[in-house]
Design a protein around this ligand. Structure first.
Ligand SMILES: Nc1nc2c(c(=O)[nH]1)N[C@H]1C(S)=C(S)[C@@H](COP(=O)(O)OP(=O)(O)OC[C@H]3O[C@@H](n4cnc5c(=O)[nH]c(N)nc54)[C@H](O)[C@@H]3O)O[C@H]1N2
Ligand SMILES: Nc1nc2c(c(=O)[nH]1)N[C@H]1C(S)=C(S)[C@@H](COP(=O)(O)OP(=O)(O)OC[C@H]3O[C@@H](n4cnc5c(=O)[nH]c(N)nc54)[C@H](O)[C@@H]3O)O[C@H]1N2
Ligand SMILES: [Mo]
Length: 783
């Protein structure tokens, strides 16, 4: 029996995979990972399962000439399977038609999404590089993860350090922090993930060590379980989206009791006087005191005062999860947290200051490698049109419409063709019923997918792609010192091809072969990327073995040069020489730039603005529950929702909805019951889990259940599987960042009456082998 064990890296960990006679038979965590994630197990049974896209497939109506579909055909019609030759001919001709008739800006290929780990076969890199060789595409900027932060932080701090990297490292926190206040908590589940690939999971241990060394940890969140597992924590529950009010009140305690650090404010910050007048209520008549914040947040007044005093007395680290800024006015909690940290005056000291997203991934708090990992070069996009990523439905519904963004007046291009490789908008976007409608507008939608996800089902042309187990690649990941030779373990499933191979076929048809490939095949590209990495590392004093040695060994464990860093430490040491990249060179507690935009929804300093949708709004009389939709513990987003680990976490076949027993009793809901979660935007079914681990008035439904409408293609159909994005609002945080606000959602929950419909998201779609012969997708041929 032929059997081989190889290493592969996914966003949730590095695994030893074993194949026998062409079948994947084992997935075990890499022995070097001290705290591995179970998610990898889900690859068994799915990578070679019946939800793989077996062959290229085209929507029947599209082949018959029905392009844009106002009557909901997209998402409901069967697919016709075609050969690769036919599929590539069709796609190339369609790209050419659209660019000639409408110009390249009519091609939208933001193609947001996580795809898979692996530096070369990174789907977005491939699709963007390819389209740049044929004239470009309308692109997207920012992320669903932390779009509001990506815009506000450069105005305040001059960059995104402390958000995406260069956090103060755990060692300083372990040794010096005496109080850690975590807004949004530090849920262990999220630190399973590291974008680009995880090797050693170390975040949970670092946190345990900090608390073991005497730091007191406070979890400020509506959800008790946002505290890290097995760590002594105080739970300070608050009403969702009220953190900014609480932070401003903590500032009020410091200023009114003269506990703030005037020296720090004078030397390192601008705008304190304006902020002070706002905090004390001199500028608007409302002091932001603890009584005021208590009424908004539900946290007792004396608890806020005591916490403010404790912060002033101890070395305090403010940690703010990324989730807080995925809410209405999501810019504000970040600006308010920085303001609070500046008043405390410990920014730039180990164990003090602030940081964003500790435990939102495994990476925050780990030292940087000190050099950049190379990626596939993108070339130049000649199309200037772009959108903030979460404005996609707005763009498709309002071609030519205008919008404001970070001080600029912009307009939406007229998109005719959407190209997606490596993402799942029917997972990630808000208000999916609105997306279903917007998605009918383009003339053609092309998707590359390994699996029959909702996005594949809502496409016109689906091209089947390999998973990392079916190709060779390299894992380079930020803050990871393990480089992995991701060797092909099994043959491509069905007729799947690599994204790269597909774009080779298209570029050849469009006369761009040389520009796209530079004459290299995949293995040559992998070698080139490795050599670049070796050069970059070498220049930073980090030695990497030769490529051949590395490939033979299967991985390389690199010695770190950087082991410790403190966010804004060098700025603190010498603010003149190490000026920040803000207009003043300092931390901008007041920004004349933002003030100059004249946005009432994001004025010149941190402010409290009531969310349009939260427990304090009038709507709460009719929709009395605040819905949080966090990341799922048992998978990454929608990936491998059909796998064993995710399925084990379903309740009555659906995503689990956490609800407080008080709220459940008032609605006659018992543990395990199928419930209807609804608001004016949509409704879904979920499985009730009764827990006092969240406050009454708040329910939680994780993301990731594959979108499963009872009537595909029709907006406002009941969603059967528990996808929270049929409920979330599709509105920008503010005119500044225009970023997602999924965590500002009100709903009602009731016991589902009637016949409970079966979940069908995991049934393969209907395909027909020719235009008139209906049938069901046959078994995937195994080579
Ligand atoms: N309500 C709510 N919504 C949210 C969030 C929330 O907190 N609440 N969080 C948001 C956040 S932070 C994010 S980052 C997004 C995540 O949204 P996405 O990144 O879009 O979600 P994924 O499920 O990771 O989608 C990746 C897709 O790529 C496919 N894929 C994997 N490998 C390959 C490959 O090699 N090639 C190709 N072509 N495809 C591949 C996978 O099968 C999968 O369908 O969701 C956002 N949506
Ligand atoms: N297992 C797993 N881990 C993941 C991912 C995944 O899909 N699965 N996705 C990864 C990605 S792409 C990202 S961007 C990160 C996201 O990382 P985060 O944004 O930090 O994660 P979330 O799970 O959305 O939210 C964390 C907690 O914030 C709390 N919260 C929500 N709203 C509020 C509020 O208004 N105030 C307070 N105080 N708390 C609030 C919720 O209770 C929630 O449990 O996670 C990454 N890690
Ligand atoms: Mo994200």
């Amino acid at each position: 029996m032929e059997s081989e064990t190889l290493l592969t890296t996914m966003h949730w960990g590095t695994y030893e995979v074993r194949a026998e006679n062409g079948r994947l038979v084992g997935v075990e965590p890499w022995s070097g990972d001290p705290d591995p994630s179970p998610i990898g197990k889900s690859m068994l049974g799915t990578v070679q399962g019946d939800l793989r896209v077996a062959r290229p497939a085209v929507r029947r109506g599209w082949l018959e000439g029905n392009r844009s579909t106002t009557n909901g055909r997209r998402g409901s019609e069967p697919f016709v399977e075609v050969s690769w030759e036919t599929a590539l001919d069709i796609v190339a001709a369609e790209l050419d038609r659209v660019r000639v008739e409408h110009g390249n800006s009519a091609i939208y290929a933001g193609s947001y999404g996580w795809a898979s780990a692996g530096r070369f076969h990174h789907a977005q890199s491939q699709v963007h590089r390819f389209l740049n060789t044929i004239g470009g595409y309308t692109s997207s900027v920012l992320s669903y993860s932390y779009g509001a932060a990506e815009i506000i932080l450069p105005h305040v701090l001059g960059g995104t350090d402390g958000l995406t990297g260069n956090h103060s490292t755990w060692d300083g926190i372990e040794r010096h922090s005496k109080l850690i206040v975590a807004f949004g908590g530090l849920p262990w589940r999220n630190a399973q993930i590291q974008g680009g690939g995880a090797a050693r999971h170390e975040a949970a241990a670092a946190l345990r060590k900090a608390v073991g060394n005497g730091a007191r940890l406070v979890n400020v969140s509506p959800v008790r379980d946002d505290a890290p597992r097995g760590v002594d924590t105080e739970w300070l529950p608050l009403r969702p989206n009220s953190d900014t009010a609480m932070m401003l009140a903590l500032c009020h305690v410091l200023v009114s009791e003269r506990l703030h650090d005037e020296g720090f404010l004078a030397r390192y910050c601008t705008g304190f006087e304006i902020v002070r007048a706002y905090i004390l209520g001199e500028s608007d008549g409302q002091p932001k005191d603890a009584a005021w914040a208590a009424a908004l947040s539900g946290v007792a007044e004396d608890r806020i005062v005591a916490l403010g005093r404790e912060m002033a007395a101890k070395r305090t680290m403010l940690m703010v999860s990324w989730s807080l800024q995925r809410a209405d006015h999501g810019e504000q909690p970040y600006w308010a947290a920085i303001t609070l940290a500046a008043l405390l005056g410990e920014v730039g000291l180990p164990g003090g200051g602030f940081g964003f997203g500790y435990s939102s991934t495994n990476g925050a708090g780990r030292p940087e490698m000190g050099f950049r990992w190379p990626s596939v070069p993108q070339g130049k996009n000649r199309v200037p049109d772009l959108i903030p990523v979460a404005r996609i439905a707005d763009m498709l519904l309002n071609p030519g419409g205008s919008f404001e963004f970070n001080g600029a007046a912009m307009s939406y291009p007229d998109v005719r063709l959407v190209y997606w490789a490596g993402g799942n908008p029917f997972h990630h976007h808000q208000d999916l019923n609105r997306l279903v409608e917007a998605w009918q507008r383009p003339e053609t939608i092309i998707v590359h997918e390994p699996f029959w996800t909702a996005t594949a089902r809502h496409a016109d042309i689906v091209l089947p792609v390999t998973t990392p187990l079916e190709r060779n690649d390299l894992a380079f990941s930020n803050r990871e010192n393990l480089v992995v030779a991701m060797k092909q373990a099994i043959d491509p499933v069905g007729e799947a091809r690599d994204d790269y191979q597909i774009f080779c076929g298209l570029s050849a048809r469009l006369g761009a072969s040389e520009a796209f490939t530079e004459g290299r095949d995949a293995s040559q590209w992998i070698r080139v990327l490795y050599e670049q990495a070796k050069d970059n590392a070498g220049a930073a004093g980090v030695e990497m073995p030769s490529f051949d040695r590395f490939w033979q060994d299967g991985h390389a464990d690199l010695a770190r040069q950087v082991t410790s860093q403190t966010l804004l430490g060098s700025f603190r040491a010498d603010p003149e020489r190490n000026r920040l990249a803000t207009p003043s060179g300092r931390i901008e507690l007041f920004s004349s730039t933002i003030d100059g935009f004249g946005y009432n929804d994001c004025p010149g300093h941190a402010v409290w603005r009531e969310p349009r949708e939260w427990l304090g709004s009038d709507l709460a009389e009719r929709l009395p529950l605040h819905l949080l939709s966090p990341q799922p513990a048992d998978k990454l987003h929608s990936q491998y929702d059909h796998g064993s680990v995710s399925r084990a976490g379903k309740v009555s076949d659906r995503a689990p909805l956490w609800i407080n027993p008080v709220d459940a009793a008032a609605r006659g809901i018992q543990d395990g019951a199928v419930v209807l979660v609804s608001n004016d935007r949509g409704s879904c079914l979920a499985g009730a889990v009764l827990t006092d681990g969240l406050i009454p008035g708040v329910v939680q439904l994780p993301t990731g259940a594959w979108f499963d409408p009872a009537e595909p293609g029709q907006p406002h159909s009941l969603e059967k599987h528990g996808n929270p994005n049929v409920l979330t609002p599709d509105r920008g945080t503010s005119r500044l960042a225009q970023s997602p606000t999924c965590n500002s959602t009100l709903v009602e929950v009731s016991l589902f009456a009637g016949v409970i419909p079966a979940v069908t998201a995991f049934d393969p779609p209907v395909t027909v082998s020719s235009l008139n012969r209906p049938g069901v997708a046959g078994p995937i041929p195994r080579s």
